[in-house]
Write a protein that binds this ligand. Structure first.
Ligand code: URA
Length: 263
């Protein structure tokens, strides 16, 4: 009897925690699936307190290697930033207020890719700082990370006037900068937010609704596709789908961290 009570208490704690996360993320409905082997492992405490485990270096030597690698990547990103600042390949530099290069941790294991700066981003020179950005921050926090743990960049580095869609020629001219950012950061997992990021990274014309929910391959890096936060502001019920996608990202990051620490 005591065992049953303990199990029930565990389940209640776990359900409460998940409701907290989902509320924080702005979700007010949940998909209820039939119990199966996978989710019955809740009883074994396997799904409790799920968040991305942050990797800590074991020895002082590891810490030193980590620090010098971080310094190397930060320097490379800064050099690239300076190069992009002088870019006149398309006319967007004439109408922008600020270049929006990218922001975050040069050692990030997770990198988000959006479309292009909007008005707030253009004014502040930082990606995803407007309403959609606040929602992206909640999405990041919902999987147990901070904004400063990840790296965030866009396909275009300058705001298209009036927030119009990026033109194909603008994408072609700007994409080498994003590719270099990905090469420098070498994230373990990429997350493409919305149509333009997904179609550009994966070189496809498939709609985001078809691409989302599974990992694709970007040059050997698993790339999740999910809905853009600005779309979610207009279509709140689809937050549930983004939450499903982000749980897959969280679980893959944890799995990859497990493999690394045992190897
Ligand atoms: N939408 C984007 O795609 N990127 C931003 O930086 C802001 C809004």
């Amino acid at each position: 009897m005591d065992e049953i009570k303990k199990d029930l208490a565990k389940i209640i704690r776990s359900v409460k925690m998940n409701i907290e996360i989902e509320k924080g993320f702005g979700i007010d409905s949940i998909i209820v699936s039939k119990p199966n082997k996978a989710n019955s492992s809740l009883l074994n405490n396997q799904h409790e307190d799920k968040k991305v485990e942050t990797v800590t270096s074991a020895s002082p030597f590891d810490q030193q290697t980590f620090a010098s690698e971080k310094e190397r990547r930060t320097k490379l990103l800064e050099e690239l930033h300076q190069e992009v600042l002088t870019c006149h390949k398309c006319p967007l530099h004439k109408t922008r207020t600020n270049l929006v290069f990218g922001v975050g941790n040069s050692m990030a294991e997770l990198m988000f890719v959006g479309e292009a700066p909007g008005r707030d981003e253009d004014l502040q020179g930082e990606p995803f700082v407007g309403r959609a950005g606040q929602l992206l921050t909640k999405i990041i926090e919902a999987i147990g990370l901070k904004r400063s743990d990840v790296y965030i960049a866009n396909v275009l580095k300058c705001r298209p006037p009036g927030n119009r869609n990026p033109l194909p020629e603008e994408i072609v001219l700007c994409i080498p900068y994003l590719i270099k950012q990905i090469e420098i950061i070498r994230p373990k997992v990429l997350c493409a937010l919305g149509t333009f990021a997904a179609q550009t990274l994966l070189n496809t014309k498939e709609p985001v609704g078809k691409l989302r929910g599974t990992f694709h391959n970007y040059n050997g890096t698993p790339a999740m596709v999910t809905f853009h936060p600005a779309y979610l502001l207009r279509n709140p019920p689809d937050k549930v789908k983004v939450w499903e996608d982000m749980k897959k990202v969280r679980d893959l990051l944890n799995e990859l961290a497990g493999k690394n620490s045992s190897s």
